[in-house]
Ligand binder design. Structure first.
Ligand SMILES: [Zn+2]
Ligand SMILES: [Zn+2]
Length: 921
């Protein structure tokens, strides 16, 4: 029984079925090759979505692009690995579970650390797979057998290994440092997690009395509550205004503490009074100045940003309440000398929106400079390429100015820092395994650091840890460096830059694990092969149809799953691909998706037409198994112009599409396939072969069979061309072509079409263009002349090139059928001037057709028109000769009136001559 396609194209049913099939059959598993020859390798790491995540349009674009590239490489015969996983997302996940606890009236502290972490694991088990399930709906051809979670035991082990090695190399240190502190999240956050925003604020001027003098020094601040922690006032050594005060002290108002006047570059003589307060515990620049002058660091706030015991009478107040109280007291005591409006670049926590407080705390840091140096070198040398290219400079500029990386977070969920402090002698022990004893005093009382690592620390290692590092695995040898990374600009510094730093550090000797018996690489070779990926493609943003950024507050967020349910995954993927020009944001309009659903529908109907004919001819539908592994159109016999043409076009398009994908011009690839499949294959080729295909004459049997065979061959090859962009519908029809007995388990494993020079036939393409142009011209002329659809018209053709005459004669029946023509004659003189004719570069064509006109009715209409025109002209003339009107009316109105009159006069003359032509009474 022939396998029938259902009458209507229903993407939902097809897509779920194939998504399950691909997964169940493990079709996208890249098994590790043994020793010996390895095919071309193409490997790609999926940017691991947060385990708390839901799929959004950005993911959908990202994954569509990755899937297109991966499927294309797989079909080209590469050993292809697309490695999926999820990120434990420290702070996001912890907050999710804390919210859940709050709804039960509990907090994480009620549970305690261990029980809380247990709870997070439960949460993850229950909800953590949601985003991966959504990915399956997209058809993402990832290797599900290799799925990882960043908190898996082996990956956590690798994280500890990296930490210990960096610590031993003195590249990880613990230090007091000013960090960005979020009082709501209760943790340090990195510079990248702080969003700055200009807001109107105040600049307060406060005067500090100089000890043993009646003088004051005036300083200015936007955060007056921090003065409680001042430990100096700085002036510039070159500032003459203060020379006489060098070496003196001031009294800190409200606190009545004496603090020194220091000489430091921090004070800029050009700015304000030239004197500044120094608060080492509450400002990053002051912190550095404090180190230079050995100043005490007085922390006046606690972790919730409430004033602490160091704030004297203000202890216990929230920072903003303290600000008010401090200002009131300064004013009352005569120390507040001015208040000015001032724009403040306020830093807010990206997650909670709380104003970030610079805070002194003990944190773990990565000494970044040695790592950054290599990460700069590999990009400067082109060992990693960026697309679009401008991201290279953006990356480098950031790397040139990079600061040490604060990697500790005051959270419970995450990779706990592998450092212990001896409860007795306070020795710090950093180790791979929990130490039983202090290695200094022998005490059995070491306590583990309570902080966890920044989530980006573990994700920075993924390109090598997900392949088995620190073991010298075969996976690492075969699949590292990965070939490509596709990601968004928003994580260029968070993630991309850090992967490069970590990859280049741990995948060069001596950190790089090497299998026994391998030759050592040269220094340069080792550097080139240490990169986590050879190319980075930074994709654009998906905006709404009006080019607005999608945001919850604007309410314009499109849920990709909803779009998919409405139009199908294939159409949604195609929309994104067709708009994904490198560096250009996508204005996503679902009406386009509807258009691409129609494209799928068109292909579906064309397939049904094909099967109808195959079945009618009683032929074996099954193609020879050679076909899908062929890189072109196999078994195609080019016997007619349209055959030679479609074969040539197919090869041209295949060449173009391969080139476009090579340089991530997804939009050009998708649009070219669309134009070919719909515009050329469905609209022209299928129409042109219909008479051959449907002929019932016995003498034409061979030609009919060839036509049918050609149709199936070209269709099958076109499906392969389209497959990476629309994987589901192509899989469905492809299986139907093989009648359920395909030579391979999936079209995804078939060969991607490559251009075959020998099948390119430019002459046929030119001839077909002329033929198409002729047919379209006749159709347009018929429409202009309002020829009834049923009426066949004779045409005359004048050729500028005689060569075309035989082409037209050979294809006479096609022209007659497709343009509804009954008689074609050739003439020796140009037809360009005739009414009902069209002039082109290669031919003139004339549709011989007398418009049948009801003369009486037409004359009546023309006379009425003439009357109206004459009335309008008379009115205009009257106005234009009225001097007082001319004096008052604006010039442009008068000019408009004159122009109108002129146009009406032209129309009047035309109408008059038509009336004469018709001989109206
Ligand atoms: Zn926060
Ligand atoms: Zn000890």
């Amino acid at each position: 029984m022939p396998h029938e396609l259902p009458k209507a194209y229903e993407p939902g049913a097809i897509e779920t079925r194939w998504a399950e099939y691909w997964k169940d059959e493990k079709l996208f598993h890249a098994s590790t090759p043994h020793e010996g020859h390895v095919r071309n390798v193409f490997s790609l790491l999926l940017p691991p979505p947060n385990v708390t995540g839901r799929l959004h349009m950005g993911h959908m674009l990202n994954q569509t692009e990755m899937d297109i590239i991966i499927r294309w490489h797989r079909m080209r015969g590469d050993l292809t690995l697309w490695l999926p996983g999820t990120d434990h997302a420290g702070i996001a996940t912890q907050m999710m579970v804390e919210r859940q606890l709050r709804s039960e009236g509990k907090s994480r502290r009620d549970l305690g650390r261990e029980a809380f972490i247990e709870r997070v694991w439960c949460w993850r088990k229950q909800y953590g797979g949601a985003i991966l399930d959504q990915m399956k709906r997209l058809g993402a051809s990832v290797d599900w057998q290799r799925e990882y979670f960043t908190m898996d035991e082996n990956l956590s082990g690798a994280v500890r290994e990296v930490f210990v090695r960096l610590y031993e190399q003195k590249l990880i240190y613990r230090g007091k440092y000013i960090v960005n502190w979020c009082p709501d999240c209760g943790t340090a956050i990195s510079d990248l997690e702080v969003k700055h925003e200009d807001v109107p604020g105040k600049l307060y001027e406060i005067r500090y009395p100089v000890v043993g003098s009646t003088e004051f020094i005036t300083v200015a601040t936007t955060r007056p509550e921090t003065m409680l922690g001042d430990t100096a006032v700085a002036v510039n050594a070159k500032d003459d205004r203060y020379t006489h005060l060098h070496g003196k002290k001031v009294v800190l108002p409200l606190m009545n503490r004496e603090i020194p006047i220091i000489l430091d570059e921090l004070a800029n003589p050009e700015f304000g009074t030239g004197a500044v307060k120094v608060t080492p515990a509450h400002d990053p620049n002051d912190f550095q100045a404090g180190l230079r002058h050995n100043l005490p660091q007085i922390d006046v706030m606690d972790e919730r940003a409430h004033m602490n015991e160091n704030a004297g009478p203000y202890a216990g107040l929230d920072r903003f309440a303290a600000r008010k109280a401090v200002l009131a007291d300064l004013e009352a005591q005569g120390f507040l000398v001015g208040t000015k409006d001032y724009t403040i670049a306020l830093g807010k926590c990206d997650r909670s929106g709380t104003v970030v407080e610079p805070r002194l705390s003990e944190q773990w840091f990565v000494k970044i400079e040695p790592l950054a140096k290599r990460a700069i070198e590999v990009v400067e040398k082109g060992y990693i390429r960026f697309t679009p290219e401008n991201y290279k400079q953006i990356y480098l500029n950031w790397m040139y100015n990079i600061h040490d990386w604060c990697i500790s977070r005051q959270l419970w969920w995450g990779h706990r820092i592998p450092a212990w402090r001896c409860g007795d002698c306070k020795e710090v022990i950093v180790a791979r395994e929990t130490p039983a004893k202090c290695n200094k005093c022998g005490s059995s009382n070491p306590e583990q650091d309570t902080d966890v690592l920044d989530t980006w620390f573990s994700s920075a290692l993924l390109p090598f840890t997900s392949l088995g590092w620190p073991e010298a695995t075969r996976d690492l040898e075969v699949f590292y460096p990965t070939s490509l990374l596709i990601t968004g600009f928003d994580i260029l510094f968070f993630w991309v830059a850090r992967m490069i730093m970590m990859g280049c550090w741990f995948m060069t000797p001596p950190e790089k694990p090497v299998q026994a018996g391998r030759k050592p690489e040269s220094h340069e070779e080792a550097l080139r092969n240490s990169v986590p990926f050879r190319e980075v493609y930074i994709h654009a943003l998906v905006r709404d149809a009006e080019r607005q950024k999608m945001s919850k507050t604007k309410g314009n967020v499109l849920d990709p799953i909803e779009v998919i349910e409405k139009y199908g995954t294939d159409a949604t993927r195609f929309t994104l691909a067709a708009m994904a020009a490198p560096g250009t944001d996508i204005a996503f309009n679902p009406s386009r998706t509807e258009g691409y659903r129609n494209f799928a529908n068109k292909i579906w109907n064309a397939a049904r037409f094909m099967f109808l004919n195959v079945d009618r001819l009683g032929g074996e539908r099954t193609l020879s198994s050679a076909k899908s592994v062929d890189k072109g159109v196999a078994g195609f016999k080019a016997e007619t112009l349209e055959d030679r043409w479609i074969l040539s076009r197919f090869n041209g398009v295949a060449g173009y599409v391969n080139e476009a994908l090579e340089t991530y011009r997804f939009h050009e690839a998708a649009n070219r396939i669309y134009d070919f499949f719909w515009g050329e294959f469905c609209d022209w080729y299928i129409e042109l072969i219909k008479p051959r295909l449907m002929s019932e004459e016995a003498s034409a049997k061979a030609a009919t069979e060839t036509a049918c065979n050609n149709l199936v061959s070209a269709f099958e090859a076109s499906l392969r061309l389209l497959h990476p962009v629309m994987p589901f519908i192509t899989e469905e029809i492809w299986h139907a072509i093989y009648d359920g007995k395909p030579p391979l388990k999936s079209i995804a494993l078939a060969a991607y079409p490559q251009s075959n020079e020998k099948q390119i036939d430019l002459k046929s393409e030119t001839h077909m263009v002329v033929l198409q142009d002729l047919i379209v011209s006749i159709r347009n002329l018929r429409a202009e002349l309002k020829v009834e659809p049923k009426v066949k018209v004779p045409i005359q053709i004048y050729l500028h090139e005689l060569e075309m005459r035989s082409v037209i004669e050979q294809n006479r029946s096609s022209i007659e059928r497709l343009a509804n023509v009954e008689q074609i004659s050739f003439v020796e003189t140009s037809l360009a001037k005739l009414p009902g004719a069209r002039h082109t570069a290669r031919f003139d064509v004339h549709v011989v057709y007398e418009q049948k006109i009801d003369v009486v009715a037409e004359c009546a209409r023309l006379k009425k028109e003439l009357e109206k025109l004459e009335k309008d002209i008379a009115n205009a003339e009257r106005q234009l000769s009225n001097q007082s009107y001319l004096a008052k009316a604006p010039a442009n109105v008068i000019a408009g009136l004159r122009k109108q009159r002129q146009e009406n006069e032209v129309l009047r003359n035309k109408t008059k001559s038509k009336i004469e032509e018709l001989g109206c009474p």
